[in-house]
Design a protein around this ligand. Structure first.
Ligand SMILES: Nc1ncnc2c1ncn2[C@@H]1O[C@H](COP(=O)(O)OP(=O)(O)OP(=O)(O)O)[C@@H](O)[C@H]1O
Length: 264
């Protein structure tokens, strides 16, 4: 049995709703993310928000990123601060990068925004670049990179900025199987790099999201009412499915994936 504790709340979503004109998109969304403590082990949090296409994942992503204002309710982080744009490191699906800057220039610029790295920006950048296998890319421009390389640069950029929360929109889509495994490993490394790091992944790729997360929230319609809400929270630690590398073929994993498929 794994020993762990879920300690204080680090993010809280309360009674959140989003409406466009008279159409309710999100209704009464409530969930919390808690700090996980594992004795003798650095452990961040990896939370996935799963739902079918068109259900409202992108809207919830924008609300969490502080890029959209809810119709009602709130999202707070740390000591009850309402989340605002810039509080979270946001990694969009198209891996937005400054097209006119080399990768090195972009990464150094990101590091300079992080006061904790003052005087050590180049070292911090070099460490991530080596860890993420991007040494050959430093002098290139974004348009000269592959999709997988752009994704890794986007992730490093946000890590260098130093936000405790990283929000990732569909980080597994369009990746081939080999690259997918690398991305999963890389995100696992990120979550293990710092106990304060929290990854929030918005995805419709159920298998991969379950394989990497400690908690899954399912977004879906409820009892024919308008708007999507959180239908279920699955604690993957309790089920013995978190923090395991080769879990995808085990029965409890496959049962959990089936359970989610039935729910969305
Ligand atoms: N600006 C807007 N005005 C009105 N309705 C909108 C607006 N933006 C999104 N919607 C609606 O909100 C709903 C949820 O859209 P959203 O993009 O969040 O879905 P999603 O779960 O991210 O889908 P996908 O997985 O296909 O990207 C959709 O029905 C969409 O039509």
């Amino acid at each position: 049995m794994m020993t762990y504790k879920k300690e204080e709340e680090i993010l809280s979503v309360k009674d959140l709703s989003l409406q466009y004109d008279s159409r309710l998109i999100l209704r009464d969304i409530n969930f919390q993310i808690k700090n996980i403590v594992r004795p003798g082990c650095l452990q961040g949090q990896v939370v996935s928000l799963i739902g079918r296409s068109g259900i409202g994942k992108t809207q919830l992503f924008k609300l969490l990123a502080g890029l959209q204002t809810p119709t009602s309710g709130s999202i707070t982080i740390h000591d009850n601060q309402v989340v605002k744009a810039g509080d979270m490191g946001v990694i969009f699906q198209n891996y937005y990068l400054f097209e006119w800057r080399t990768i090195q220039q972009s990464l150094l610029l990101a590091a300079k925004q992080n006061t904790r790295l003052r005087g050590k920006e180049k070292e911090a950048m070099a460490a991530y670049v080596t860890q993420f296998d991007l040494e050959q890319c430093l002098w290139l421009y974004p348009q000269q990179l592959s999709g997988g390389q752009r994704q890794r640069v986007s992730i490093i950029q946000q890590l260098l900025k130093g936000a405790d929360f990283l929000l990732l929109d569909e980080p597994f889509s369009g990746l081939d199987v080999c690259v997918l495994d690398k991305v999963v490993d890389l995100l696992r490394q990120v979550s293990l790099s710092d106990e304060l790091k929290t990854l929030i992944i918005v995805s419709h790729d159920i298998e991969t999201a379950v394989a990497i997360s400690d908690t899954v929230f399912i977004l879906g319609p409820d009892n024919g009412q308008p708007g999507a809400t959180i239908k279920k929270e699955i604690d993957l630690i309790e089920r013995g499915l978190a923090w395991q590398k080769d879990i995808k073929k085990t029965k409890p994993f496959l049962d959990t994936v089936d359970e989610i498929k039935r729910c969305i």
